[in-house]
Each structure stands twice: as C-alpha cells, then as structure tokens.
Write a protein that binds this ligand. Structure first.
Ligand SMILES: [Zn+2]
Length: 181
C-alpha cells in the first residue's frame, strides 16, 4: 500500500503478520516506510501516521516529495550508466584473467559494493558508477576472485593482489564512499 501524504510525500506501507504495533523507518529512497499489522486498513494506517507525525518529523530523515522524485531520477540515470558499463567491464576482466561466472546482476543495496554467490552470480552496485575507476575495477576484481575463494582467506587476498597490486589502498579508499544511491 502506498499513501500520499502532503508532508512526507509517498509513504510505503508494509503489512506484516508478525508485528503488533506500528513501526516507522526510512526506505533507501528516502521515503517514509511504515510496518503495520497485516489487517490494517488504509484509514487506520493514515491515523497511525497522523498521531506519529511529530515524532517522525523529529527523528527520521524523510526526504520531501520533491527530493524523493529527484532521487528517483538520479537512480534511473545511474542505472542506465551502470547497465551500459559494468557488465562489459566485468566481462573484460573475466576474459583477461580466465574467470567464468554465470550471471551479472546490478543492485542498489545500501551496504555493499558487490557480492558473489555460490551459483556464480556476481552482483555489482550501480553506485560504483560514482567512484573513481580504479576503485570500481578493484571491486570487480575482488568479486571475481571470490569465484575461486568464497571467503577472505590469505589465498583470496593473494589472488586479488595478483590482479591489483594496490588492493589494500583501494579497499581503504572505498570506505570514503557510500554504496547507497
Ligand atoms: Zn569479499
């Protein structure tokens, strides 16, 4: 359910049979999200919102409707850029160093730059399009190395180091950026 609110813009309403009360959070898009018990009506959800308005205003970094739309637009642009670049860059390094992965997936998770699953799918965050190329390449090489080592063992880092001599520095520099879009 999606509520339109004059103050908070679009409010995501998530129904959950496990919860009893109402819980407010901010979604990755900066929208207000509320988790409510499964059988909550729209009327009741609006009332929850109204009675908590003051607290939300004070405690949660909800973006205003204009900012929410601007952010949606930015994300769309970034996704387009990422789609035209990341899969090809991944393929390039895989060919260069003889890796075989199954699929490349683009994500926009808030917390990670990339991941590699046991079914050989490599996920790359579209936020990588905002970081310097050397760091972007480092993430790709890091995830490719996970195809051979599903951990952060010595052997794993040795493999990353074989393809990126400055990987320690790159890992450190990457922390100055936020994967969230
Ligand atoms: Zn890793």
């Amino acid at each position: 359910m999606l509520l339109k609110d004059d103050e908070f813009g679009e409010v995501l309403v998530r129904k959950n049979s496990m919860v009893r009360g109402v819980k407010f959070t901010v979604s990755t898009s900066g929208r207000l999200a509320m988790t409510v018990p499964k059988y909550t009506s729209e009327f009741l959800a609006k009332r929850f919102l109204n009675t908590n308005r003051e607290a939300i205003r004070e405690k949660l970094p909800v973006k205003n409707p204009k900012e929410q739309r601007a952010r949606d637009y930015q994300k769309k642009l970034l996704m387009k850029k990422a789609r035209e670049y990341l899969p090809y860059r991944l393929e390039y390094f895989a060919k260069l160093y003889g890796y075989h992965y199954d699929k490349c997936r683009l994500t926009h998770a808030n917390t990670r730059w990339g991941s590699c699953s046991s079914n050989r799918t490599i996920s790359l965050n579209i936020g990588l399009m905002k970081v310097p190329e050397v760091l972007r390449d480092y993430v790709i090489l890091h995830e490719l190395a996970h195809l051979n080592h599903m951990d952060h063992s010595k052997a794993f880092w040795a493999e990353v180091g074989a393809h990126d001599k400055n990987y320690k520095n790159h890992e450190k520099k990457l922390k100055m950026f936020n994967p969230g879009v």
